[in-house]
Structure formats: structure tokens, C-alpha cells
Design a protein around this ligand. Structure first.
Ligand SMILES: O=C1O[C@H](COP(=O)(O)O)[C@@H](O)[C@H](O)[C@H]1O
Length: 494
């Protein structure tokens, strides 16, 4: 397929477009992708005169006035226009399509239920022969609202557009640290031989935030931390970290390999069925063979923890209790913190706990992928320290492009004098925001880092297991103070 000429954003009057899509597009155009720029069409049900001005303002804020003169940026600004249309009405959609030139991308910056209705309308436009054949669809997460609706959406889409022309966007796959991690893993020979249960003790994928609700009760109350962050973002990142090496970085291999990981993933289930706990190692099994201990995590770390912040101070900012925020119904018990332990039951990964954790209003938040290696098989009694050395850890920051490898080194002047050493580097500034990368892939027709339909469904399957654990009554909603490290029982702070 050729590069897109026109991008239509449905729901372009919304927060997502202003805050993320337009700045992302600006970075992409400033990087010269595509070289000639695009025709940008905003669409929504209201009449708007100011769309071109909104685009200009967003581009200027992201790039500075000078870069607005770059050819791709200039062309896009000159072309930006608004078409009023109800994206759920086939007649409106067909009329809109008559006014734009292809190759065409349709970006659904809409809530999931509206996206579903809009895709139904679009399938009718297709059936009447009025949808240009090479149209690309771009869908924002969440893809559906549960496993059934995700399946329904996928079946609907499959009826009128081939999978390779569907971009299911998860902007975490465009974060610099995630892309840096994938490159690091496959461009170096030293990692792959270690990338399995024999050498890796556990994996932690943590995205804590200082931000609280920030006035988003309308969205967040019905969502909560697990659905907002784990269902897609953290599970998709996990799948990239744990996938088998692709033979090519393309839209066939990577989505297939990540879906393969997700299919094998399920909530850690070593404790008594449904009791929300995990084996703390007291079962007597060794860490080898059939063992599935959560080595390195505090004993008895539960498989699922949920929490909700109370009043406190985060980063110098006073924050009210979640339950006192506007629009919050305390009885809904929406969680602002979720930590789950997942296992990927495959030949490569069986028995390796993967901790996925996210929380709002967290002081000193961690945002990283941490791979904790197993200790050497033998402890030298000549080493002066009393216990075993800490494990080697590879850490990659999500947003700060930092890579740290924590090792134990000998010396100085004595090979037995153990010193914790960190080999640390920062990747170069990417120039693109995460949405900039996402839009670049859309505009260049590269689907390697998008979510395939079955991958999205697997995310919902795992979320259903988390919801089941919540509903079992065995995972109490724990209070944690805003500005703290989250519920104490979660462990893993810092
Ligand atoms: O999708 C989401 O992600 C953000 C965190 O990602 P960032 O790149 O904006 O830092 C999270 O705050 C939000 O709740 C969630 O919906």
C-alpha cells in the first residue's frame, strides 16, 4: 500500500486529538513523514470554524513557530479543515468520503461504543460500494469493552476490511523505552541465550504515575487502573518483552509473536484456587524444575492487589482522596492502583512471575521494564558479604530512554570485595512523541507495532480473570496515601 494522502479524525473536537494526536502528528511531520505532508480533516457532530486554528496552535506549541514553515508541516496546516458529520450515520459517512481524496486513513478518536456503531455504519457504506478499497482504519484502545464486544468488533471489521489495513493503536508500543528495549533485545547476541526461565527469575513492568484523577471521573470511574492500564498497555508491552525472536520486524511476525505470548498468559494461580495468593516458596519446591515461587518478591505477595488513594501530597501538590473527587461514587469501588502477577505458561517462560503494576498518585513513581536475572548457581564462601549477592537486573525506563544494567563487580584491589555496579546509558532523544511514532506507522503503512485482533481479545480474557479475582471478595480494596508508594502489601516500591 502507498502512503496515506488524507487523515480524517472522527471525534476531533475531543481531548485526545488536542492533547495527543495533534502534537504527535506535528512531530511526525517535522521529521518529514510524509515528505509532502497530508490533508488533515477533523470531524464531529458539531459545526466548527476553528479547527485549522486549533491545529496551528497545537503544532506551534509542540514545534515552535519556526518549524511551522517546514514543507510537510506547512502543507498540512494549509489543508486542515473540518467536516461536520455524525460518524454513526452511513449517509453522513458516505457524504464525507465523497469530499476527500485517498489513500485515506480514518482515525476513530471516539469512545469504544461509538467506535463500534461507527464501524457498523462504515460496513454499510462499504456494502453500498462507497468505501474506497484501500481505506485504512485506526482504532484507539480500548478495542471493545470486554471479551465478547472485542470479538464482535473484530468479526465486524473482518467482514469489510482486511486485518493489514486495521491499526489498533496502543501508544505504549510507541514509547521510546519500549522501542529501545525491543532493539536492545534483538540487536545483541548476549541477551537471547539468557532470555528464558533458566536465567530469568522474574520480570516487572511498572507504570506508576504522580497524576491522580485530573478531572476525568467520567472516563475513569467506569474504568479503573486494571482496565485502563493493564488490559492493553502493560500486557502488550509484556508480550513484546517476552516474545520469540521475529525473523522480520514486520506486521506479520511481531503481532503473531506477541499474540502467542498473550495466549499463554494467565493470572498466577499457584495459591489455593481463587484465594488471591501465590506460592511463597514454603511449598518446598526448589526454584528449578516444576517450581513456581515468586523468588525475590516479599513472601506471600498476593497475585492481585488493588488500592485507592486517600488524601496526601504528591510532588508538592495536595491531592484530595479519590472518593472526594468530583463525579466519584465511592460505592463503585473503582481502583486507582492495580498489581497483578501473571505467568506465561510456555516452554520458554513457565514458572517466571511477571509483575504488572500501575497506580495513580504515587510518590517517586517507577516507570520501567525490569528483568531480574537468577543468581549464579554457586555462592563463594570467600566472598566477604554474609548472604548471596543481589541479582543482576536490566532496567529500561519507559519514557526517559534510560538503560541500566545492575551487576556485581569485584574490587577494588580484591576480587572478593563485591561492589554493586550500574552500567548506564541514555538513548538519544527520539524526536517523536509516542503518538508521533504511532501516526508515523499509520502514515507509512507499517503495522509491526499495532495490536492484532486476537491480541486485543487475549487482553480482555486476562482482564476477566482480574475482574473475577476482584469479585471473589478475596482482594480487598486497600487505601494508600497519595504520595506514598502504593498499598504496602504490594511490595515492589522503588
Ligand atoms: O492510556 C493511558 O495512558 C496514560 C499514561 O500514558 P502517558 O503516555 O500519557 O504518560 C494514563 O495516564 C491514562 O490514565 C491512560 O488512559
Amino acid at each position: 500500500m502507498s502512503e496515506l494522502r488524507t487523515l480524517v479524525i472522527f471525534g476531533a473536537g475531543g481531548d485526545l486529538t488536542r492533547r495527543l494526536l495533534l502534537p504527535g502528528l506535528a512531530t511526525c511531520l517535522a521529521a518529514g513523514v510524509p515528505e509532502r505532508g497530508i490533508t488533515l480533516v477533523g470531524s464531529g457532530t458539531d459545526e466548527r470554524e476553528d479547527f485549522a486554528a486549533v491545529v496551528r496552535e497545537a503544532f506551534a506549541a509542540e514545534l515552535g513557530e519556526e518549524q511551522l514553515a517546514l514543507p510537510a508541516v506547512r502543507h498540512t496546516l494549509d489543508s486542515a479543515r473540518w467536516i461536520t458529520a455524525d460518524a454513526t450515520d452511513p449517509e453522513h459517512l458516505a457524504a464525507l468520503l465523497d469530499q476527500v481524496d485517498g489513500p485515506l486513513g480514518l482515525y476513530f478518536a471516539l469512545p469504544p461504543s461509538v467506535t463500534m456503531t461507527s464501524c457498523e455504519a462504515l460496513s454499510r457504506v462499504h456494502d453500498s460500494g462507497r468505501l474506497p478499497q484501500d481505506t485504512v482504519l485506526v482504532l484507539e484502545k480500548p478495542f471493545g469493552t470486554d471479551l465478547d464486544s472485542a470479538r464482535e468488533l473484530n468479526a465486524l471489521l473482518a467482514g469489510f476490511v482486511p486485518e493489514e489495513r486495521i491499526f489498533r493503536v496502543d501508544h505504549f508500543l510507541g514509547l521510546p523505552g519500549v522501542l529501545g528495549f525491543v532493539g536492545l533485545r534483538f540487536a545483541n547476541r548476549i541477551l537471547e541465550p539468557l532470555w528464558n526461565r533458566d536465567h530469568i527469575e522474574r520480570i516487572e513492568i511498572v507504570f506508576d504515575e504522580v497524576l491522580g484523577l485530573e478531572g476525568r471521573a467520567g472516563f475513569y470511574e467506569a474504568t479503573g487502573a486494571a482496565r485502563d492500564m493493564i488490559q492493553s498497555h502493560l500486557l502488550q508491552v509484556m508480550a513484546l518483552v517476552m516474545m520469540d525472536p521475529p525473523t522480520r520486524f514486520d506486521g506479520v511476525e511481531i503481532p503473531a509473536n506477541t499474540a502467542h505470548v498473550l495466549r499463554a498468559a494467565r493470572l498466577w494461580s499457584r495459591g489455593a484456587a481463587g484465594d488471591g495468593s501465590v506460592d511463597d516458596g514454603s511449598s518446598g519446591k526448589s526454584a528449578d524444575g516444576d517450581a513456581r515461587s515468586l523468588a525475590g518478591l516479599p513472601d506471600g505477595t498476593p497475585a492481585v492487589v488493588r488500592g485507592r488513594y486517600t488524601a496526601g501530597t504528591v510532588d508538592g501538590r495536595t491531592m484530595p482522596s479519590y472518593v472526594d473527587e468530583d463525579g466519584v461514587d465511592p460505592a463503585r469501588e473503582t481502583e486507582t492502583f492495580a498489581q497483578v502477577v501473571v505467568e506465561v505458561d510456555s516452554w520458554r517462560w513457565n514458572g517466571v512471575p511477571v509483575v504488572l503494576r500501575t497506580g495513580k498518585a504515587i510518590g517517586l513513581p517507577r516507570q520501567e521494564i525490569a528483568v531480574v536475572f537468577r543468581r549464579p548457581p554457586h555462592d563463594y564462601e570467600q566472598f566477604p558479604s554474609s548472604g548471596p549477592q543481589p541479582p543482576d537486573v536490566l532496567r529500561v525506563g519507559f519514557e526517559d530512554e534510560r538503560i541500566d544494567l545492575e551487576l556485581n563487580a569485584g574490587g577494588p584491589f580484591d576480587s572478593r570485595g563485591m561492589t554493586r555496579t550500574v552500567l548506564s546509558t541514555e538513548l538519544p532523544e527520539p524526536g517523536l512523541t509516542a503518538y508521533g511514532s504511532v501516526l508515523r506507522w499509520v502514515l507509512e503503512d507499517k503495522t509491526a507495532f499495532t495490536v492484532r485482533g486476537d491480541g486485543a481479545e487475549e487482553g480482555w480474557r486476562i482482564l476477566a480473570q482480574i475482574a473475577e479475582a476482584y469479585a471473589s471478595g478475596q482482594v480487598p480494596l486497600q487505601d494508600y496515601e497519595a504520595g506514598s508508594a502504593g498499598p504496602a502489601s504490594a511490595g515492589l516500591a522503588g
